[in-house]
Write a protein that binds this ligand. Structure first.
Ligand SMILES: CC(C)(COP(=O)(O)OP(=O)(O)OC[C@H]1O[C@@H](n2cnc3c(N)ncnc32)[C@H](O)[C@@H]1OP(=O)(O)O)[C@@H](O)C(=O)NCCC(=O)NCCS
Length: 190
């Protein structure tokens, strides 16, 4: 399956590229906001910048993509893939994470990042991508659900009330998308 094409901001100068060490301060600032003020992440205490660097290095060690979106010289979002679960039979399945800077949402940044993340993962040995999205009756996670559905993910289930953050119970919605040949052919071990 091909990733849907990116649009809008790409034409207007949005660049999606591999993150380098110098980008992690901006990624840290973006993520910190959502840890402190949002419910998309189930972390409640922001990681330090050093921990953010460690996480970036961990992604790269697994040869997975860690991307940033840059617009007009500013990092406006980031996305990465990580192992869905660590036990070895899960090794062809990844989980995606996408965070767009507060104030930059709704302009195509998330779509551009996720589209490129899918392309990068399809170029590797991975065959399934999972999104785990925090959701609540009050509309939490709506943007992320739409983004993933637009990018070809299908809803495969819900865990109810497994999180509690900022005074609210949270579900996690699981969405899944095949990468490349999916399960049509056996995987090629990297
Ligand atoms: C969720 C998030 C990544 C989406 O990125 P974004 O740049 O705002 O989304 P885009 O502008 O690329 O929009 C992609 C699609 O989702 C839709 N969408 C985005 N936000 C939406 C919202 N709040 N409600 C409904 N639809 C929304 C857009 O209309 C677009 O659909 P279209 O292609 O039919 O026009 C971003 O809002 C964000 O970082 N949110 C907080 C953190 C988060 O939830 N991360 C996901 C964790 S996996």
């Amino acid at each position: 399956m091909n990733a849907p094409q990116t649009r809008s901001l790409i034409a207007a100068g949005l660049v999606v590229r591999d993150a380098v060490a110098a980008d992690l301060t901006a990624a840290h600032t973006i993520y910190q906001h959502y840890v402190l003020h949002g419910r998309a992440s189930f972390e409640e205490i922001p990681p330090t910048l050093d921990e953010m660097r460690n996480r970036h290095a961990h992604v790269l060690r697994q040869r997975l993509p860690y991307l940033v979106a840059e617009y007009d010289g500013q990092i406006v979002g980031y996305a990465y893939a990580s192992a869905y679960r660590t036990r070895s039979a899960y090794r062809f399945t990844v989980e995606d994470s996408v965070y767009v800077a507060e104030g930059q949402q709704g302009r195509g940044v998330g779509r551009a990042l996720l589209a490129e993340l899918i392309v990068r993962c399809e170029a590797g040995p991975w065959r399934q991508m999972i999104a785990v999205i925090a959701s609540s009756a009050s509309g939490e996670g709506a943007g992320s659900l739409v983004l993933h559905e637009r990018m070809g993910f299908r809803n495969v289930g819900v865990l109810h009330d497994v999180g509690f953050k900022h005074g609210q119970w949270l579900d996690t919605v699981f969405l899944q998308r095949e990468l490349g040949a999916g399960s049509e052919t056996p995987p090629v071990d990297a």
